[in-house]
Design a protein around this ligand. Sequence first.
Ligand SMILES: Cc1cc2nc3c(=O)[nH]c(=O)nc-3n(C[C@H](O)[C@H](O)[C@H](O)COP(=O)(O)O)c2cc1C
Length: 449
Amino acid sequence: MTSSDAAAATMKKVPIPANGVDYRGKVVLAPMVRSGELPSRLLALHYGADLVWGPETVDHALIGTTRHVNPTTGMIEFTKPPPNAHPSKKNLGSPPAPQLIYRLDPVRERRRLIFQLGTSDPSRAVAAARLVAPDVAGIDVNAGCPKPFSTSGGMGAALLKTPDKLCAILRALVEAVVPEFEVGVSVKIRLLETPAETESLVRALCRTGITGLTIHCRTAPMRKTEPVKREQLRMIVGVCREYGVACLINGDVTGRDEGVRLAEEYGADGAMIATAAEKNSSCFRTAEQGGLAGWREVVERYLRFAMEVENKFGNTKYLLNILIPGREPVLKKTHGAQSYVAVCELLGYTDLIEQARVVDDRLGLSPEAKAREKAAKEAAVQEKIREQQIQQKQEKQQKQQQASKRKYSDSSPRSRSPPRKVLVEREGNGNRNAVPEAPAQAAPAATFV
Ligand SMILES: Cc1cc2nc3c(=O)[nH]c(=O)nc-3n(C[C@H](O)[C@H](O)[C@H](O)COP(=O)(O)O)c2cc1C
């Protein structure tokens, strides 16, 4: 045993719950809204990411979802009823699809998926975390996103300005989620302006009982194009060590080899990669394993995963736009593609076309599926019209019966004569002297309408 092994053995460590994972010694995929959906995570795992963070999911969005296993793909899906389930003409035809909030792979992501929560309230955070905790290896709180959609609700980087609230959220999660589901709780933050401010925040966070902390080495106002600042890193790593919390470094890490080197240089426990992995997930391979793969191989692999899990086509196209280098002429053509078949044909992945046909059909993207949808919509419109006609007829009959009842309920013979106005209308032609016919006892109600 070397002296560093001995030091590691005696190192303080917050216990890792039985169903959780230790972030130590890991190079992981960062949480990325839109870019971190299931096929991207499977791609990162395929190329060697040790753990994957899902995209930030806001507590409000998750609360109220139903968990189910997709019978075709085997994926676990958390869905909500469609936002506009009202049966307007637009929604006629096949029933509107439920809203997909989160999708995960119970096999390939088992013990490797960290769910990232967007929250600004301890009880909501717990309510949301409870829904996914049985299916993930950890719950991470986003306290670093500076985008208005996150900060406007007091979430993301806004939590860096309300450290008491952030600590209350983490404590609530640790108290509820750790004993009940035996998974760890972690946090992802950015640097504060001064080392003293950052240190005081990191100490407070480490005292909440979290197992891990990721530091994105930029302050909240810094743009992602600005180079990261690593001056505070040793201090942060040191504080985490003191409390036994695993510390991952993030920001401008280009691949596994660099992540391992930086972690060693700063004494951190591992590294997290976002942008480089978004462009080409094979950055998780070491140079020895072959390093970066060519874009055609990566895109083909990505498409396989996207189709396997029936990824929303719009999201797949968004990712293709990032995975295919901008200089490639085929990129422009894929912009106009409307289906998986079209994309596979354009990119020349002929052996994927059969699978693409099946997926297009299931997702309603094939010409046949579109025709079926159109026919179903038309049939539903006709059915609606028929129902309305029947209803109108029934209402009319009801009115006539009521009018007729009113008329005959009065026993006075005089009142049996149709009112003068009605007579005039019936007689038309200005024949005001015409003698009205006495109504037969069983006269149809419609006579005087
Ligand atoms: C497309 C995109 C989406 C992101 N979404 C999230 C998110 O959901 N949660 C989060 O904590 N950070 C998010 N980030 C920030 C990254 O996780 C990461 O902290 C940042 O990009 C710095 O790492 P990098 O230099 O490797 O890109 C996102 C970044 C990108 C590029």
